[in-house]
Design a protein around this ligand. Structure first.
Ligand code: ADP
Length: 169
């Protein structure tokens, strides 16, 4: 694969093979935006070495929030969760890199910020599960699903970071 840009389409004979790099949907929730934590949170993923492929500030409609959290719709806190996510703008992001999904979950920390380790985003910046400042996809498949849900075609940028050869041998 040397010489092939990461994420590029490789044409082999008549078959087209897409060399996909893992992506995670990361979202700064309305409390993170209101509390002025946007720069801080973005900078943790940048410094780690992941590559930002999509970014927008967005006021989320109710039906999109319900679709995003559809696996939780039977939970007692579901209506409050939908009110919370739609209560102000969120920052939608697509981050790319090998192992980004699991690594981002570690950087974010446990769902309950009081149980999140110091050094994690929730461990450092939040105190309550209902105001835990950031979302991160829980599997590569959900990363794809959520990025397709929150971004329209043309909103993601295809670009190569000059840092990549200094991050990956
Ligand atoms: P995570 O965001 O860590 O993947 P979950 O998928 O379990 O966690 O839950 C999604 C979101 O729902 C949480 O981040 C949080 O905002 C909210 N949530 C989960 N559990 C509760 C709860 N017991 N009370 C209020 N909100 C909750």
């Amino acid at each position: 694969n040397s010489g092939t840009p990461r994420g590029a389409t490789i044409v082999q004979g008549t078959e087209i093979e897409v060399n996909e790099v893992e992506q995670s949907y990361i979202m700064i929730k309305p409390d993170g935006v209101q509390r002025g934590l946007v720069g801080e949170i973005i900078s943790r993923f940048e410094k780690k070495g992941f590559v930002l492929k999509g970014l927008k500030l967005f006021q989320c409609p109710k039906d999109l929030a319900q679709e995003h959290y559809k696996d939780l719709k039977e939970k007692p806190f579901f209506p409050k969760l939908i009110d919370y996510i739609t209560s102000g703008p969120v920052v939608c992001m697509a981050w790319e890199g090998d192992g980004v999904v699991a690594s981002a979950r570690k950087l974010i920390g446990a769902t309950n910020p009081l149980q999140a380790e110091p050094g994690t985003i929730r461990g450092d910046l939040a105190v309550q599960t209902g105001r835990n400042v950031v979302h991160g996809s829980d599997s590569p498949d959900n990363g794809k699903r959520e990025i397709a849900l929150w971004f329209k075609e043309g909103e993601l940028c295809q670009w190569e970071s000059v840092q990549t050869p200094w991050l990956i041998e």
